[in-house]
Design a protein around this ligand. Structure first.
Ligand SMILES: *Cc1c(COP(=O)(O)O)cnc(C)c1O
Length: 364
């Protein structure tokens, strides 16, 4: 036909493409490097890879040829036990990302507003716009905190959802309790994205019993090393639970993910050990970067570190590191001018990163 795009929903063709992450084998090919040389510190994945126990169970999973349970009965019970809540407080999805989409689909009529505080996770803007919502973006303070004293000045009329993130990505700081309390008392859905909960070891999930408008999100992508299997979950009071269960796609948590998450939760101590190592590595890397007076390093409760280059060009450094197979995330938005974010990798990976980074910085 002539103009097939005339059939698309309003605004879709004008939407920005969500910035793609390139798979390591493609990057290796593009750079002409062996795949084993790639040090992937750009997406906050678990650097130790899928746990051996998980691989073993996946290889003998019995039910990959049948559909997963749309009621998620076993999955919800297992996650609930880990969280310390009831199974009717949990909905699992294809990543925490799917839960963000579902809460938007549940609440937004075209033109409804969603509040965020930037800088924050860039997917929020994308998914809000995809669902016909209008993003109201309020800038954070210079240290990327949210000042509770300034909240009463925000026009809340027409805002249905506020998307908060704790620890926030990319700065790595925690959500302030006063800020959360302020929104929980308003007539809106309050999302607290705790994708990095296992690293901060601090949660607001306990508040679902007293607040039926709260949705806490978690994921198996980061600490549990299942980013490629796509599984996350939301924690919420029963009424919100009932509504999200109603609208969710029936089979979005695949059977392999179900097997894998079960093994992960049975081996909690194993992952806690990895997190301990990553927290120690994080402290070491922050200390090493902080020695330089030409860098501004932000504290982090997460498995990544954000820093600003005061003089050197962050994009050039990012590109130069990439030539050596070391991948970082580069930001250059009004609030993240000339910033880089590095995921906490293994001890050895971070030694390579620090060496290469400092030698490039000294020669720039
Ligand atoms: C990585 C990340 C997610 C995505 O989680 P998935 O479960 O992989 O969809 C959600 N929120 C934040 C803040 C993240 O950094």
């Amino acid at each position: 036909m002539d103009r097939v795009e005339s059939l698309f929903r309003n605004g879709v063709m004008e939407m920005a493409t969500y910035s793609p992450i390139e798979p390591p084998d493609q990057i290796a090919r593009r750079l002409g490097l062996p795949e084993s040389d790639i040090i992937k510190l750009d997406a906050n994945e678990n650097p130790y890879g899928v746990a051996a126990e998980v691989l073993k169970e996946l290889s003998r999973a019995k039910y990959l040829s049948i559909y997963p349970d749309p009621a998620q009965t076993a999955v919800r019970e297992e996650i609930a036990k880990y969280v310390g809540c009831g199974a009717n407080n949990i909905v699992a999805g294809a990543g925490a990302d799917e839960l963000i989409d579902l809460i938007c689909r549940l609440a937004l009529n075209p033109g409804d507003k969603v509040l965020t505080f930037s800088p924050t996770f860039s997917y929020y803007k994308h998914v809000v716009e995809l669902n016909g919502g209008v993003l109201v973006d309020v800038p954070r303070e210079e240290d990327y905190s949210i000042d509770a004293a300034k909240l009463p000045a925000i026009e809340l009329d027409g805002i249905k959802i506020v998307l908060l993130c704790s620890p926030n990505n990319p700065p790595g700081n925690m959500l302030e309790q006063e800020v959360l309390d302020f929104f929980l008392e308003k007539d809106m859905l309050v999302v607290v994205d705790e994708a990095y909960f296992e690293f901060s070891r601090s949660t607001y999930a306990g508040l679902i019993d007293s607040h039926n408008n709260l949705l806490v999100l978690r994921t198996f992508s980061k600490c549990f090393a299942l980013a490629g299997l796509r599984v996350g979950y939301g924690i919420m009071a029963p009424l919100l639970h009932e509504a999200i269960m109603k609208i969710k796609p029936p089979y979005s948590v695949n059977m392999a993910a179900e097997v894998a998450l079960r093994v992960c939760l049975q081996n909690k101590a194993f992952f806690e050990g990895q997190v301990d190592r990553m927290i120690a590595t994080r402290a070491r890397v922050i200390a090493a970067l902080s020695v330089r007076e030409d860098l501004q390093v932000y504290p982090s409760q997460s498995n990544f570190i954000l820093f600003r280059l005061k003089r050197a060009n962050a994009k050039e450094l990012k590109d130069a590191l990439e030539q050596k197979g070391i991948l970082l995330r580069y930001f250059n938005t009004p609030q993240l001018r000339n910033h880089l974010r590095v995921s906490v990798g293994t001890e050895e990976q971070m030694d390579v990163f620090l060496n290469e980074f400092f030698s490039l910085l000294n020669n720039q």
